[in-house]
Design a protein around this ligand. Structure first.
Ligand SMILES: [Zn+2]
Length: 94
């Protein structure tokens, strides 16, 4: 989290906004947990586990709806509809 979500002041790593004094520790923790789920999803994608990646991304979106996470989830959801994790990588019939 680079900027305060309330007043947009730069945070420079602080847990309390210097301008509006908002306490952001919990929001930053939720953002980190969401990013950890996205990282795990990326790892699953590297193992051709698109369905698992989709589930992780869905959980990440519940925590923190970042636009890049939403875009990645949409791509992975489309992929996992076409491929099965346990299949040989061949597309399923459309
Ligand atoms: Zn602020």
């Amino acid at each position: 989290m680079d900027r305060c979500p309330l007043c947009r002041a730069a945070l420079n790593g602080a847990e309390t906004c210097r301008r509006c004094r908002a306490e952001l520790r919990m929001a930053q923790r939720v953002e980190r947990e969401g990013q950890a789920l996205v990282d795990a999803a990326m790892y699953c994608l590297s193992l051709d586990k698109a369905a698992t990646a989709e589930q992780l991304l869905r959980r990440a979106l519940v925590l923190h709806t970042a636009p890049e996470t939403l875009a990645l989830w949409q791509i992975v959801a489309a992929l996992s509809r076409r491929f099965d994790d346990t299949a040989s990588g061949e597309p399923q019939d459309a």
